[in-house]
Every structure is written in C-alpha cells, then in structure tokens.
Design a protein around this ligand. Structure first.
Ligand code: NAD
Length: 524
C-alpha cells in the first residue's frame, strides 16, 4: 500500500487521508507504486498505485459488463448523473484546483479554466445528446417505396488516454459524451497526474455513476497502452504526435477506431489595422497560458511590417512584466513547467535558437529562484526557419516573432509547418480576417482571440489537420465518434432484381429514367 503523503507537502485544503481514498479508487492490484512530483517544489508528495497490464484487462472486462446496464438506463437517467457530476465539480472546485496545481504546477487561473470547461461540456452535451443521437430518417433508394433509418448505438468500452497538461479537461472532457452516449470508459491518465483522474472517479461515483462504468488505470503509459487498445472498442487519445503515431499503428492492427488529438506549432497573425494594446494582450494569453503547455498555444507570431515595431516594443515590455508564482491562490501569475524533462526541452529549443543567431528579446532563462522547473516567458526574434523552436513544438513559454509583408506572406508562413491544429488572426476587418482564416491549414482558427473563442465554442468541432491529428472533439462530431451507426432500410418493392437482371428493354427504360431523375428536384 502506498504510504500516506506528509501533510506539510500538501496545500492546506488537502489531507493525507484524501490521497489514501483516491489511491483505493485506482484499478491496480500489484503492490507497486510510483512517486508523484509536485512541480512547485520538485519533491515527491505521494506515491500512486501502479497498474499493470492485468489490471487493464480487468478494468475493461468490468467496464464491458457494466456497459449494457448503463446504456439501458436511457438518455435522461444518464444525463441526470452527469449533471450531478457537473454540480459536484463546481461545489468541490477549490479541492480540485489544489490537486491540479499540486501535480502540474499550473497557476490557479489555468486550473480554474478546466473547471469551467467541464461545466460547459456537460451542459452542452446534456442538453443535446438525445437529439444528436436520435434515430433519424435518411433518403431511401426510392422515395415513397422504401425507407431508410439510421440508429446510433454506443460502441461499448471507450479507452481514453490523456496527457498531463490539462488533467481534468482532457481526462473527462471526451469521456462525458462517451458516457452520455451509453458507453463505459477506462481512462489512462498521464503518469504525472494520477490524482486529478482519481478525484474525477470519486465525484462521478458520488454523482451516481455505476462503479465499473468509469475506471482509471494509473501507471506507465507505454506499458498500459497496448493492452488497453487490444481490448477497448474505441480509443480517444490526446498527446504528442510521436505517441499518436504509435497509437494509430496499434489501433490499425486491432481494427479499432480512434481519434488522435495531437501537437501543434500554432501561428498567430496580427494585421496592421489592429488596436495594438488589445492584440498584445490577447497574444500574451495565446502564447503564455498554462506556461505555454497548451496544444493550441501560439508559438509563432507573425506581425504585419506596418505594425511590427510598435507591436514588438509593447509586446516585449508586457511579456517582461509577467509574474511567475507558486501560490495556491487566485492571481495573475504564470505557473511552472511540469517537469525537469519539460524544462530541458524548452532550454534546448532556446539554446539552439541562440546558437543559430536568434535574438532573445526577453526571458531566455530558467527561474530556479521561483521553483525548480520555472522558465521565464520568452520572445525570440531573427529565428532562422530551420531552428528547432521555429519548426518543432516547444510546449513552453516561448514564442518566435517575425514581420511579414502582406496577408499572403502571413498565410504562406502560417502554413509552412507539418502541424495544423489551431491558428489566430487579429484584425479590425473581421471579414478579411475570416477570409485569411479560410486559407490557413488548421482544424480551428480564432479571430481576434488567442484560442479561447475556438475552444469554448463547444458546438463546433475541434481537432487537427496534417500531423496534428485525426478526428474531432466537441459538437455532434464529438459524440457520434463514440457510436456505431446502423442503417435499416425497408421496401415495398425493389427497383431491380439483381439475380434475374434487367431485360434489354428494362435496361433502356431504366437508363432514361436515371437520366431524368437527376432533373427532378424532389427526387434528387
Ligand atoms: P505524450 O504523448 O507523451 O503522452 C500522452 C499520454 O500517452 C500519457 O498518458 C502517456 O502516459 C501515454 N502514453 C505514452 N506512451 C504511450 C504508448 N506507447 N501507448 C499508450 N499510451 C502512451 O504527451 P504528453 O507529453 O503527456 O502531452 C503533451 C503533448 O500532448 C503535446 O504534444 C501537446 O500538443 C499534446 N496535446 C494535444 C492536445 C490536443 O487537443 N490536440 C491537447 C493537449 C495536449
């Protein structure tokens, strides 16, 4: 049994006993555990149970057993449970924020965004899922003679594999529509963030979710991934492009459907007609929220040359004024990176940029005076196109800025990447900004905002093109992926008996009929 954490290592609202309770909620049978590090201090604060492949097998088997009973409850009963969960997340938010901050080192504001997001996601799907998945009539072979209906059935057990950067949103955000559609879920959270996932299980069960309908296997992703993909009926993965490719390969081998929400190298374009102060403010939000550890974060900033000098001066000044902090309290400071390896990656990108002649306008150094993994918000200019920070995802508080000559130049630069997750365009001319957005290869584009506008539009699909992923979350697309679609067609007469085949006269009549058919609007 993992030892209880020392109370002095915890924020004041959390108690060692709570961790004991959460540890019991993991599906883990071996007597093994894994240290969980608090990024604010770099110290282990608890040891979480280490699930093994046999635990995955048990979790999926139990989830499968529970699935038909959960599905048979119907939309209203399932919605009631998720709405109670919604209320519990809001009521217990301070405790949840503490857990998220403790294991990720993010600021309270960044953690709060996750609570809001879950409330919005539950509300959105709870009020729409019954309509989105209602059986529907489709156009039949011969209107009036035949009928076609489509039914949406749960796929069964959904495996959710989540990263550490938004441990609440990305662990349960996709599971919400999956559960509402009548599936059960086995969640594999990131090694760094088991306790937010276990806190979710506690709240879901308190809200009335049957015991086995949502289970969490904590431990090594590389060990648990294959056994999970071998057994579930759908895989919802969020994480890096490199691991996403492995998931896709394994899912292909198993012929299991999957969605892959992967990395980005997201561009921001600032047109010359903007209000510079507003654009500076929002670009800071785009680049430095969650210390830049955000898949839709802006890492490449293109500013029209007519506004470049003014924008650069104000942007660099404002970035230099940003505070870093380790408080378990609301405020406007930026949090820590999650780990030494994340700090190493950021330092590597900035060192490579310097070596290749880039200018560090502000930042460019670790901040061990604040905490072991803190890094100063950084702006780079003169960044060569082949620098690592120009083409690979940094996933930290670093943005490369450069002037562009025209909209066309900005679009060319924005698209010069293997990624295509998100983009932002700032302009007083909204129609022009929307037209530019249509030219950018990205799954979503925010106009006059860094990313919140896109993410919060829960009714609109969200996902990546190119190396940023496959499939979409949010909107009807985000729940239909968790269903099998069955089409049932009935007829009073078939137009053609395929065994007997048409006579030559029938073939002629049919050909004329098919030609005419195209011109009869009501039959098309
Ligand atoms: P990661 O790919 O290293 O890990 C993601 C998850 O996969 C973790 O739970 C990990 O344990 C698990 N995992 C690792 N190897 C596995 C394997 N072989 N089989 C199965 N599971 C395995 O990513 P990360 O470092 O945790 O997260 C950061 C990345 O996630 C960034 O690239 C970021 O852009 C991306 N991300 C994308 C989105 C999106 O919506 N597109 C959202 C958040 C983060």
């Amino acid at each position: 049994m993992p030892e209880l954490p020392d109370a002095s290592a915890l924020p004041s609202r959390l108690t060692p006993r709570q961790f004991d309770r959460w540890n019991d909620l993991a599906t883990a049978s071996a007597d093994a555990d894994r240290d969980v590090i608090a990024p604010f201090t770099g110290e282990a604060f608890a040891a979480a149970p280490e699930s093994m492949p046999e635990d995955v097998e048990r979790a999926v088997a139990d989830a499968r057993e529970a699935q038909s009973r959960w599905a048979s409850r119907g939309f209203d009963a399932r919605t009631d449970v998720l709405e109670r969960f919604h209320d519990l997340v809001l009521d217990r938010r301070e405790e949840l924020l503490d857990v998220m901050q403790l294991e990720t080192g993010k600021s309270r504001g960044d953690a709060y965004v996750e609570v809001m997001d879950i409330a919005m996601t539950v509300r959105y799907y709870a009020t729409r899922v019954a309509d989105q998945l209602a059986s529907e009539r489709r156009r039949a072979a011969l209107p009036g003679v035949s009928k076609a209906r489509v039914h949406y059935d749960p796929v069964g057990v959904v495996g959710v594999i989540a990263p550490w950067n938004y441990p609440l949103t990305l662990a349960i955000g996709d599971a919400i529509p999956a559960l509402l559609a009548g599936n059960t879920v086995v969640l594999e959270p990131a090694e760094e963030t088991p306790y937010t996932a276990l806190a979710i299980v506690e709240l879901l069960r308190e809200a009335g979710l049957p015991h086995d309908a949502f289970q969490v296997v904590t431990g090594d992703g590389a060990t648990l991934g294959d056994p999970l993909i071998e057994r579930v009926d759908y895989v919802s993965f969020t994480g890096s492009t490199a691991v996403g490719r492995q998931i896709a390969a394994k899912a292909g081998e198993e012929l299991v459907d999957c969605s892959l929400e992967l990395g980005g190298k997201n561009p921001i374009y600032v047109r010359p007609d903007v209000d510079v102060d507003t654009a500076v403010d929002r670009a800071i939000g785009a680049a430095f929220s969650n210390a830049g550890q955000l898949c839709i974060s802006g890492e490449r900033l293109y500013v029209h040359e007519d506004a470049y000098d003014e924008f650069k001066t104000r942007f660099v000044d404002a970035v230099g004024d940003l505070d870093l902090g380790t408080e378990y309290a609301y405020g406007d400071s930026i949090g820590s990176l999650i780990s030494q390896s994340q700090l190493d990656r950021v330092q590597r990108h900035v060192a490579d940029a310097r070596d290749r002649g880039a200018t560090v306008e502000v930042g460019g150094e670790a901040r061990p005076d604040v905490g072991p993994y803190f890094y100063a918000p950084t702006v780079l200019t003169d960044l060569p196109a082949d620098a690592t920070a120009a083409c690979e995802e940094t996933f930290g508080p670093v943005v490369g800025m450069e002037p562009v000559e025209s909209d066309a130049d900005a679009i060319r630069e924005a698209n010069d990447t293997d990624y295509g997750l998100h983009a932002a365009v700032f302009s007083a001319d909204v129609d022009r900004a929307r037209a530019i957005a249509r030219e950018i290869d990205a799954g979503s584009v925010s106009v006059n905002d860094g990313y919140v506008t896109s993410w919060a539009a829960t009714d609109a699909p969200m996902g990546g093109v190119k190396d940023s992923g496959l499939g979409r979350r949010h909107g009807p697309e985000g729940v239909k992926r968790f269903t099998e679609q069955q089409a049932i067609s009935t007829t009073r007469a078939v137009p053609l008996d395929p065994v007997r085949g048409p006579t030559s006269l029938e073939a002629k009549v049919l050909a004329v009929g098919l030609k005419l058919w195209r011109h009869v609007p009501f039959l098309r």
